[in-house]
Design a protein around this ligand. Structure first.
Ligand SMILES: [Zn+2]
Length: 332
C-alpha cells in the first residue's frame, strides 16, 4: 500500500523585509477512509500551559455529582432490563447512564468517585482497565437485552477543551442501533486494507510504535487531531468482544500513550474506540486517541473550521515527530 501525500507551497512577501517567504504544507490521505489532513510546519499551535488544574479542580468539586456522597444520589440508574443492579462497578470505577443521552444507550463511567482531580499523567493502567471493564460489561448487557443495538463505542472527553462538561474524569459509552459517521466509514473498509495499512506502517517504521501483544499502536499518518495515535486489535470487532486480558492490554497501551502526552505538556484528550457489530468479518476493533488544547483562560481551540466543517485535519505536530517522542515508551 502506498501512503499518499502531496506537498503544497504557499508564497507570500515578508512584511518586514519585503522578501518572498515560502511555506510547505503537506496534504495526506488517510489510507483507511480517504479523509485528508494537512501537516503544517511547527508553529506552536499547542502551547504548554501553566494553568493551575488542581486549583480549578478544587473550585469545581463542591458541586460535583460524581464525587463521594453525591454520586449515589445524583446519578441515574440503568433500567433493570439492562442491568438489575442499576450501576456497573469494577474496582473503584462506576458506570451509570448519561443524564444527557446521545443515543438509545449512553453511559458515563468514572475512574473513581475519589478521583475528582486526575491529571493525564496519573491515569494508570489499573484505573483504565477497571473503567474500560465497566464499559465492556455495559456493551454486553445492552446487546443481550437489545440485539439491534449492535454498534458500541467507548469514548473519552478528558478536561473541558475536549468537550467534557463535567471536570470529574470519566469515559463515555454509546451502544446504539445506528453507527456514528466514523463507525460507518470504518466498518465499510475492506478487511484487507486494514492489514495492508498496518503492514505498510510496520515496514516504514517511522510512525509505528509497537505491538503490546495482540494490539498494534501507531501514530496516524493523516491525523484528524493533534498527536493522534491509533490502535488496532485483530480478531475482535466490538468492545463487547474484549476479554479481561485484552482490556488489560488496551489499558496498558493507553497508559503509555497518556504518559507520553503528559510529558509533552498536554493535559486534555479525546479517545474513541470504534466498535462494529460483533461478528463483522475481518473488522479489527480500533481506536483514535488525540490530544486537545490545554485548558487556560482565552486559550485557542485546536478544532477550527477545517476540522469541524471541512472534516479536514490540520496539525503542526508532524506525526513522525510524535512517534519519535512516544516510541520509546512502547519499545522500552
Ligand atoms: Zn468530582
Amino acid at each position: 500500500m502506498e501512503l499518499r501525500r502531496e506537498r503544497l507551497t504557499a508564497e507570500m512577501i515578508d512584511p518586514g523585509t519585503g522578501d518572498p517567504v515560502r511555506t510547505l504544507i503537506e496534504v495526506r490521505l488517510d489510507p483507511l477512509t480517504g479523509h485528508s489532513s494537512r501537516i503544517l510546519p511547527e508553529r506552536g499551535l499547542m502551547p504548554a500551559s501553566d494553568f493551575d488544574l488542581e486549583a480549578f479542580a478544587r473550585q469545581t468539586q463542591p458541586s460535583c455529582p460524581f464525587c463521594p456522597d453525591r454520586v449515589d444520589r445524583l446519578t441515574p440508574r440503568l433500567a433493570s432490563r439492562i442491568h438489575p443492579g442499576g450501576r456497573i462497578t469494577r474496582g473503584a470505577a462506576i458506570l451509570f447512564p448519561n443524564l444527557h443521552a446521545y443515543s438509545s444507550h449512553s453511559a458515563v463511567s468514572i475512574y473513581s468517585p475519589g478521583l475528582h482531580y486526575l491529571p493525564v499523567g496519573e491515569i494508570t493502567r489499573e484505573l483504565l482497565a477497571d473503567n474500560l471493564a465497566t464499559q465492556v460489561a455495559f456493551a454486553r448487557a445492552v446487546m443481550a437485552a437489545e440485539p439491534q443495538s449492535a454498534w458500541a463505542s467507548i469514548n473519552a472527553n478528558h478536561m473541558l477543551p475536549s468537550g467534557s462538561s463535567l471536570f470529574h474524569p470519566h469515559m463515555q459509552g454509546i451502544v446504539d442501533s445506528h453507527p456514528t459517521t466514523m463507525q460507518r466509514l470504518l466498518a465499510d473498509v475492506p478487511a484487507q486494507r486494514f492489514d495492508d495499512y498496518l503492514a505498510a506502517e510496520r515496514r516504514i517504521g517511522e510512525r509505528y510504535l509497537g505491538n503490546t501483544g495482540r494490539i498494534q499502536w501507531l501514530v496516524s499518518f493523516a491525523p484528524i487531531a493533534p498527536a493522534e495515535l491509533r490502535a488496532f486489535a485483530a480478531g475482535v470487532c466490538s468492545p463487547a468482544d474484549l476479554d479481561d486480558d485484552l482490556v488489560s492490554e488496551l489499558a496498558h497501551g493507553l497508559a503509555l500513550a497518556l504518559g507520553g502526552y503528559a510529558e509533552m505538556g498536554l493535559s486534555s484528550f479525546n479517545c474513541a474506540m470504534y466498535g462494529a457489530p460483533p461478528g463483522t468479518e475481518g473488522y479489527p476493533l480500533n481506536l483514535r486517541l488525540a490530544c486537545r488544547s490545554n485548558l487556560k483562560p482565552l486559550y485557542r481551540s485546536d478544532s477550527t473550521f477545517l476540522e469541524r466543517l471541512h472534516w479536514e485535519g490540520a496539525v503542526d505536530y508532524a506525526p513522525e515527530t510524535v512517534a519519535e517522542q512516544l516510541g520509546g515508551r512502547f519499545r522500552g
